[in-house]
Design a protein around this ligand. Structure first.
Ligand code: NAD
Length: 492
């Protein structure tokens, strides 16, 4: 097993040591040809360590390992699987500080966000330890009375899980936990920017008693050919992807050839609606949570603030005060509230969107130009009076920028909220519950925070409509994505 050795690698938290090789069949293996790639610390731009750069043949070895262990895992009693998942939960929480430091190091997010992510990520193990023993089937009398209809939920089969860098722990466990609880073995392909978190979680899972081959991990810089080859192996029956809509489309096409079942958690463009009668203090707290968790690098991050004219100026002023007071810095520094962006391209995209808005007449209340310091930083920014044609209203910002637009009527607010191809998260603030529910029902979005700036909960069904995705993760829905209904018509 390769572990860190150079002085810069010694920055990684330990013990236990963090693996940097592929996990195949319960063993840590070098990639074919011993290829490796660097992992960068976004807070400094420096190399943290390197990990194995898996090839197509490594991917096929992972499929083979998942296949070898598939029957035994599917036949393992639900309670036995549940005990392992519960042990994974406990192990993650026992190592919360260790994992959080690692997330902050390789992702750049503030340590508090990283700690919160570890708790959220671990919770998927606990939740699915509980759900896995309650995967109830159905037994009905056929309407004609001739027979019974028996339905069982069987494991769908070997699953390919592909995850993004923005929540490297939670996006992995949100897939691994339900897949394992349902009785599926799997191959995880984490994002190349943040491979260490997934490898560290896998190490904890093996320590918690996970049998060899049930979870395999292939890190790579060339995910396209690897995913394509895996999805064209007839033994693979499930694709669960979280990432951009653009890559989601490519993978849906890849999955189509073998009719592989897809679950897709894709991009968002969340509106944050504030009505005149909203509790301003609560709306500001909610806005900060919805905008600034994980430095704004979240698929459900508030992207477009739509604020009714009567409260617009007060909301803008308070939000500016709070955004301007946030400490920007190294993710691992204790007083950091807004960490680094993932890489230079991410900062470049935020800069392009802000500059376009400014060129179209937006006013900058705070921030608005990139930080001149090593690493990849953009300051908390508030923009008002956004032109309806600005790109910032159409594209995911994925950074700490709040773009405010005013509206007058309820119908106008709903029309603005729905003027996007995305439909993942949305937020509504009003003191009138009737209005809030009416608006919530009309917003084209998979999830709505009504007087609440935090949506993610392992017990709630997470997912989008329109071009934000297919299927749901978390809750009792999440495990069903890894099952197939088996129907037996039976007479007795
Ligand atoms: P991305 O689509 O670039 O990458 C996601 C994953 O796909 C990575 O592991 C990457 O290596 C892999 N990938 C890239 N090209 C591939 C290909 N051709 N074939 C197979 N795999 C490929 O996304 P990202 O930049 O890592 O993450 C940010 C995006 O993820 C944002 O759009 C965000 O909204 C979305 N996201 C969605 C959710 C959700 O639950 N809906 C959650 C988190 C992030």
């Amino acid at each position: 097993m390769n572990t860190y050795a150079t002085p810069s690698q010694a920055k990684l938290p330990g013990p236990p040591e963090i693996p940097t090789d592929l996990l195949i069949g319960g063993e840590w293996r070098a990639a074919q040809g011993a290829r490796r790639f660097d992992v960068i610390d976004p807070s400094s731009g420096r190399v943290l360590t390197s990990v194995a750069d898996g090839t197509v043949s490594d991917g096929m070895a992972a499929v083979e390992a998942a296949d070898q262990s598939a029957k035994a895992w599917a036949a393992t009693a639900p309670r036995a699987r549940s005990k392992i998942l519960q042990a994974c939960y406990e192990s993650m929480m026992d190592h919360q500080a260790w994992l959080a430091e690692l997330i902050s190091l390789e992702n750049g997010k503030a340590l508090d966000d990283a700690k919160g992510e570890v708790a959220y990520a671990a919770e998927f193990f606990r939740w699915y330890a509980e759900e896995g023993v309650r995967l109830n089937g159905e037994l009905n009398m056929a309407p004609g009375g001739a027979n019974r209809i028996l339905v069982q939920y069987a494991p769908v089969g070997i699953s390919l899980l592909i995850t993004p860098w923005n929540l490297p722990a939670a996006m992995a466990t949100r897939k691994i936990a339900p897949a394992l609880a349902a009785g599926c073995t799997c191959i995880l392909k984490p994002a190349e920017e943040t491979p260490l978190t997934a490898l560290a979680i896998a190490k904890l899972m093996l320590m918690a008693g996970l049998p060899a081959g049930v979870l395999n991990i292939v890190t790579t810089t060339d995910p396209g050919p690897l995913a394509s080859a895996i999805l064209h192996d007839p033994r693979v029956r499930k694709l669960s992807f979280t990432g951009s809509t653009e890559v989601g489309r490519i993978l849906l096409r890849e999955a189509a050839d073998n009719i592989v079942s897809p679950s897709m958690e894709l991009g968002g463009n969340a509106p944050f609606l504030v009505f005149d009668d909203a509790d301003l203090v609560a709306a500001i707290e909610g806005a900060l949570a919805a905008k600034m968790r994980h430095g704004g690098e979240a698929c459900i991050a508030a992207n477009r603030f739509l604020v009714q004219r009567g409260i617009y100026d007060a909301f803008a002023e308070r939000l500016t005060e709070r955004m301007g007071a946030l400490n920007v810095g190294d993710g691992c520094a204790v007083d950091t509230q807004c960490g680094a962006m993932i890489n230079a391209a991410a900062v470049g995209k935020i800069e392009r969107l802000v500059d376009d808005a400014k060129a179209r007449g937006a006013r900058v209340l705070v921030g608005g130009t990139r930080c001149e310091r090593p690493g990849f930083f953009y300051p908390p920014t508030v923009l008002v009076d956004i032109d309806p044609g600005a790109a910032i209203l159409q594209e995911e910002i994925f950074g700490p920028v709040a773009a405010l637009t005013s509206f007058d009527t309820v119908d106008e607010a709903i029309a603005l909220a729905n003027a996007t191809e995305f439909g993942l998260g949305a937020y509504v603030y009003t003191s009138d519950l009737k209005l809030g529910l009416r608006v919530s029902e009309q917003i084209e979005s998979g999830m709505i925070g009504l007087n609440r700036g935090v949506l993610s909960d392992p017990a709630g069904p997470f997912g989008g409509v329109k071009q934000s995705g297919l299927g749901r993760e978390g809750s009792h829905h999440g495990i069903k994505e890894f099952t197939e209904a088996r129907y037996i018509a039976v007479e007795w």
